[in-house]
Design a protein around this ligand. Structure first.
Ligand SMILES: NC(=O)c1ccc[n+]([C@@H]2O[C@H](COP(=O)([O-])OP(=O)(O)OC[C@H]3O[C@@H](n4cnc5c(N)ncnc54)[C@H](O)[C@@H]3O)[C@@H](O)[C@H]2O)c1
Length: 413
């Protein structure tokens, strides 16, 4: 298998050196001549632990560095595009360098004996592959070829650990319309699960990861400002102690259950404590927009879900789960209550409900005019549509078992 890598920056050089060290015949193409010279001399143009020695092990062996595009592309099976996608003036991702690289290669591919698989490794905003790159390549007359395949394969390496991360990935994500055997074979030499997902999903996963990291950093900074506004708080110590929370440990760490979409947080603690800290720091002179936004999103997410319900299904709807979370009968500040209340206010008739252990306590707490069921089978029989409102394991895979009713999986279980 011959691999071509376009762009030999942090991602591209690491990718080229990595594939070459896995035994693949790899050609690295770069337009910056000074980078080419440095790399050909066995040195990366930037510092990355372990990369220089890995480069020296393969250079002029099965890694070939070139500024001759024909040499790079001729008979290639796969091309990886690792071109920069910097911030443009208006803040959006500047895809022009990547488009230029595709244009350069398209010209030569037409002269080549075989059509390689085009794989975009650069970070591109969700929907770019389908809405920008595919039409662009179509205009260049490539897509008509029956062998033409365009995929994306986001890279998750961290600068400072680039080579090690590339060689030992935790997941390999490929965005494509179908499973591509050549990419599966290529990555079978890496000890990591391979996920084929839609191109939009693959693009989204990369941003899901990066924006989560940004959010955590801004969250920590915002909390440090709150601490300062209140005073007499040892911020450094407080964060060190936070890190001991056992939910951060294990595989997968239990904290992942908090980084999951659903109907928002309820229960006795999170809503009241988040609001109380917002109020306290506001009183002390610092209004945290982030915490305010956390609360606003939590309040609005139910409306987002309700708006997805088919308007014709406004009678005999079943609510699955009443407690604020599974494995608990606590219904205080339960999102199911807010959901049912909003449905009643909208004029929904014959609302049914079932919770494995919280029917009575929910009824005694809220006294809503709804019909309770003592079993899952009973509520399924009685309803035209069902909403999974608490992520009890009993409700997993319901959509596979029930085919004749609409199921709204608001907890994404
Ligand atoms: N740096 C990271 O830690 C990291 C991690 C994951 C993903 N990414 C993403 O990967 C992409 C590349 O990032 P990077 O940090 O490697 O960028 P970079 O700027 O270090 O490297 C890009 C390289 O592409 C070359 N290039 C530009 N046009 C070219 C062309 N037409 N043909 C051949 N080469 C060309 C440039 O000269 C440069 O060497 C970006 O989309 C980035 O967001 C970066």
């Amino acid at each position: 298998m011959k691999i071509a890598v376009f762009g030999l920056g942090f991602v591209g050089l690491t990718t080229a050196v990595g594939f070459a060290n896995k035994g693949y015949e790899t050609f690295g193409f770069e337009i910056d001549r000074s980078k080419i010279t440095t790399i050909k001399n066995g040195k990366a143009p930037f510092f990355e632990n372990g990369l220089d020695s890995a480069l020296q092990a393969v250079i002029n062996n099965n890694l070939h560095i070139t500024d001759d595009i024909k040499e790079a592309l001729d008979c290639a099976d796969i091309i990886f595009y690792c071109i920069g996608t910097p911030m443009s003036e208006d803040g959006s991702a500047d895809l022009s360098y990547l488009l230029e690289a595709l244009k350069m290669s398209a010209k030569y591919i037409k002269l080549c004996k075989k059509v390689p698989i085009f794989v975009i490794k650069s970070t591109i905003p969700p929907s770019s592959l389908k809405e920008i790159f595919l039409p662009f390549l179509q205009n260049l007359g490539l897509v008509e070829n029956i062998d033409f395949i365009l995929a994306n394969n986001p890279e998750f390496l961290r600068e400072g650990f680039a080579y090690d991360d590339f060689m030992n990935p935790d997941r390999i994500v490929i965005g494509a319309d179908f499973e591509i055997d050549k990419l599966k074979d290529l990555y079978s030499k890496f000890n990591a699960p391979i996920f084929f997902v839609t191109p939009n999903t693959a693009e989204f996963i990369k941003y899901l990861s990066n924006t989560m990291l940004s959010m955590m950093i801004s969250y920590a900074n915002d909390m440090s400002v709150i601490a300062k506004s209140i005073g007499n708080i040892d911020t450094k110590k407080a964060f060190e102690i936070l890190h001991l929370d056992k939910r951060f440990f294990g595989n997968p760490a239990n904290i992942t259950s908090y980084i999951y979409p659903g109907m928002g947080f309820g229960g006795y603690c999170l809503p009241k404590d988040t609001l109380a800290l917002y109020k306290k720091s506001k009183m002390q002179g610092y209004e945290s927009k982030l915490i305010k936004e956390i609360l606003d999103i939590n309040n609005k997410i139910i409306d987002f879900h309700i708006n997805t319900i088919d308007e014709n299904l406004n009678t005999d709807i079943g609510i699955l789960g009443l407690s604020f979370k599974p494995n608990s009968d606590d219904v205080r500040d339960s999102k199911s209550y807010i959901l049912i209340k909003k449905l009643l206010d909208k004029g929904y008739k014959n609302i049914h409900a079932f919770d494995p252990i919280s029917n009575d306590i929910f009824h005694n707490t809220y006294g809503l005019d709804i019909k309770y069921h003592s079993s899952l089978d009973s509520i399924i029989q009685s309803c035209k549509s069902l909403i999974i409102s608490t992520a009890w394991s009993e409700f997993k895979n319901l959509d596979c078992k029930i085919v004749d009713k609409k199921i709204y999986n608001f907890r994404y279980i």
